[in-house]
Design a protein around this ligand. Structure first.
Ligand code: PM9
Length: 478
């Protein structure tokens, strides 16, 4: 049980913190927003943050630090080797997740890179639930073959399956039976499956994956980036876990895997940092051999001593049910406002974001004209709300046929925005929904070689959200 929290009458958990330091934000006028969008090639990643009013691009590195984290940062030991801060971090990881070997990295993809270098041989498979952009690219750059074994519901935005992050155990068994162990590098299971809408796996499913990987002699690696929220969903949705503590569930999940990668920029409330944590001595040694090539000495892995202090404290806070529950209830609140207004979103509501379903939001824009990219741009133009495309731009490789999810992610930074901010976001989404026929498709005019969503540039195929709405919510605020 988790004492010490209260819900208000809109179902939002009252934040278990109060605000001590604030950062000013401002809404610029519509012509300036239009200019900023054109300069950014209609890609929200390329906007300047000073031109953004409510920044829901990502929950990555955008959390507010706690006073305890800031205080801990004063203790940062910046020694190149043998830093006290490293050993505090190692202890926090061991206590919370139980893994014996802890290798810090500059961020999550640093850990993914090292893992792929060490575990993946050319031609080997990496079965996983759906995909994550950076995770997949590192496996592919190492010559591996990403193999989706998610359940079909993961790609159905309207399915109310409570655990869309589950792996399809029958599909996994087929892959392992045909290829394991020589042709399978590892099985990857991502907590709160990002690209499907922040959807959790169930503990029962993870137990099933563990049994299969053990039978077939293949390592099981978690992407534990959002393990805290996944544990909370298990507590709330899976029979038999209502009385577990969040810390206990997190540990139970971690214990089922041979190791984990973390982008600590999410659940651990830090602006920078990642981790690779494993139990196997030999694997750890091979990773440490590469850390010095790509990240830094194994006692800092690309982080400053003060970063490791903030991270160690953040790990402790990530097991506090009141903090995690408040965070997840913010997504549910925003989703509730949008559902009341008939706006198509992914259900059930996930951990860290509300995902708009661009195929249903903009049915007149075919997927090859990037509806989610266009919708993200429209939200910015309408009210300086920054979101992220999670559709064909993020998911497609080369010119492969693609008909997967086409989503816009309204991602909620941790401990940053209030209910008023989220209500404003709901009004802007509603405004665009009411004018959706004014949002045309895009053409891509610049495509980078890797992870194209970060830096691609676009042009609208017709006048974009014109004429501007005189009495739009954003205009009224201005
Ligand atoms: N996720 C996100 O916004 C930031 C970069 S991609 C737009 O969701 C998982 C599940 C992630 C993740 C990053 C990484 C990589 C690994 N796994 O960004 O390198 O969600 O720290 O982590 C982002 P880093």
């Amino acid at each position: 049980m988790c004492p010490g929290y209260a819900d208000n009458d809109q179902g939002v958990t009252v934040p278990p913190w109060k605000i001590k330091v604030v950062e000013p934000i401002a809404l610029g006028p519509e012509p300036e927003r239009r200019r900023a969008l054109e300069t950014a090639g209609y890609n929200t990643f390329l906007l300047r943050s000073e031109d953004v009013f409510i920044d829901l691009l990502t929950d990555s590195g955008t959390s507010a630090l706690s006073q305890e984290q800031r205080a801990a940062m004063e203790l940062g030991d910046e020694a190149y080797a043998g830093s006290r801060s490293f050993f505090r971090l190692e202890q926090a990881v061991r206590e919370t997740y139980g893994y014996r070997h802890v290798i810090p990295t500059h961020q999550g993809r640093g850990a993914e890179h090292l893992l792929a270098k060490v575990l993946v041989e050319p031609g080997q498979l990496v079965p996983s639930n759906l995909y994550f952009t950076t995770s997949r690219v590192h496996v592919e750059l190492a010559g591996g073959v990403w193999t989706d074994v998610s359940i079909p519901e993961a790609e159905d935005p309207e399915s109310t399956h409570p655990f869309k992050g589950n792996l399809d155990l029958a599909a996994l068994e087929r892959v392992l039976a045909a290829a394991a162990p020589e042709r399978v590098a590892f099985v990857r299971v991502e907590a709160c499956l990002n690209m499907a809408g922040g959807q959790p796996f169930s503990l029962a499913n993870l137990v099933g994956v563990r049994e299969l990987t053990r039978t077939h002699g293949v390592p099981l690696i978690l992407d534990a980036t959002r393990i805290s929220e996944n544990a909370l969903f298990i507590k709330d949705r899976e029979a038999g876990h209502a009385d577990s503590t969040l810390a206990g569930l997190i540990r139970e999940i971690a214990d089922l895997a041979d190791g984990a990668v973390f982008s600590s920029k999410k659940d651990h409330f830090v602006p920078i940092g990642g981790l690779l944590a494993v139990n196997d001595d030999d694997l750890a040694e091979r990773v440490r051999e590469l850390v010095v090539v790509y990240e830094g000495f194994p006692h800092y892995g690309g982080l400053a001593g003060h970063d490791m202090e903030a991270l160690a404290q953040g790990i402790h806070e990530s097991t506090d049910e009141r903090i995690v529950r408040h965070y997840v209830s913010q997504s549910a609140y925003l989703a509730g406002l949008l559902l009341e207004r008939g706006i198509p979103i992914v259900v059930p509501v996930g951990a860290h974001a509300v995902f708009l379903d661009a195929k249903r939001f903009l049915p007149h824009v075919p997927q090859e004209e990037f509806p989610a990219q266009a919708l993200a741009a429209a939200l910015y133009l309408a009210g300086a709300v920054r979101s992220m495309e999670r559709g064909i731009v993020s998911g497609q490789r080369g010119n492969d046929p693609y008909d997967g999810l086409e989503l816009v992610r309204l991602t909620i930074p941790r401990r940053v925005y209030t209910q008023e901010h989220l209500a404003y976001v709901a009004d802007i989404v509603t405004d665009v929904y009411e004018r959706r026929e004014l949002v045309p498709g895009f053409q891509m005019v610049y495509e980078p070689a890797h992870l194209r969503f970060f830096q691609a540039r676009f042009e609208p195929r017709a006048p974009f959200l014109e004429p501007p709405r005189e009495k739009s919510r954003a205009a009224a605020v201005r």
